[in-house]
Design a protein around this ligand. Structure first.
Ligand SMILES: [Zn+2]
Length: 228
């Protein structure tokens, strides 16, 4: 895996965007879109994608496919940019001592990830809650934590757990609850076609695990229709 300073500019831009507030480092989003810089790497991904195209009976040299190996390489490095996010830069001092011990909930956080079994997307929404123990994290950081772990090869169960454990580690709160609902393209595009099938996973720690009332409060909030 390349070290952080080795990252191609289009990946660096995504990592920067997850680590820093929008506007903090102006232009990173633009770099992301226009960053069609030369590709790093040794061409192995490109060669492998050509092999796949060949193997499925396509002609890798036809006009529409000529640029595909490079685009696929670029896309995978972007979709897995979360491996390179530095959690310290992401948090960047946004943990505050606050005397508040009610539940904090951030819900309807959209996320996109890649299933590690098929390299196909799964995507949906996350709800993240915790009960502080004298320490809170800036609200805007929570969707970034979700993104840091989503932009990797994942299974939904582990993704859910990693988000919960990250908050547990950093805030040592009284409890954490994470619920994720997602559609997996590997399930809806292949085999049994059941469009609309949604998988729900949850990870509950501390009071969310031990106290039924807390868990129920979280799940009630989480299930409320969102106001638009
Ligand atoms: Zn899959």
């Amino acid at each position: 895996m390349p070290t952080s300073s080795d990252l191609p500019s289009h990946v660096r831009a995504i990592v920067d965007e997850i680590e820093t507030e929008i506007g903090e480092e102006p232009g990173s989003a633009e770099t992301l879109i226009s960053g069609l810089g030369p590709h790093h790497g040794n061409g192995r991904v490109e060669a492998a994608v050509r092999e796949i195209l060949d193997e499925i009976g396509e002609d890798p040299d036809r006009q529409g496919l000529v640029g595909t190996p490079e685009r696929v390489h670029r896309m995978y490095t972007e979709l897995t940019a979360g491996y390179h996010v530095d959690p310290e830069r992401l948090i960047n001092g946004a943990v505050f001592d606050v005397d508040y011990s009610e539940m904090v909930i951030v819900k309807d956080i959209p996320f996109y990830s890649l299933c590690e079994h098929h390299l196909l997307p799964f995507f949906g929404t996350a709800a993240v809650a915790y009960i502080p123990r004298g320490r809170v994290i800036g609200l805007s950081k929570i969707p970034r934590i979700v993104e840091m772990y989503s932009r990797r090869l994942q299974v939904q169960e582990r993704l859910t757990q990693q988000i919960a454990e990250f908050l547990q580690d950093r805030l040592a709160p009284q409890g954490v609850g994470v619920v994720m609902e997602a559609t997996h393209l590997c399930a809806v595009m292949r085999g049994v076609r059941k469009p609309g099938t949604v998988m729900t996973t949850s990870s509950v720690l501390g009071l969310f695990r031990t106290r039924d009332r807390t868990r129920a409060e979280f799940l009630d909030h989480e299930a409320e229709p969102h106001v638009s």
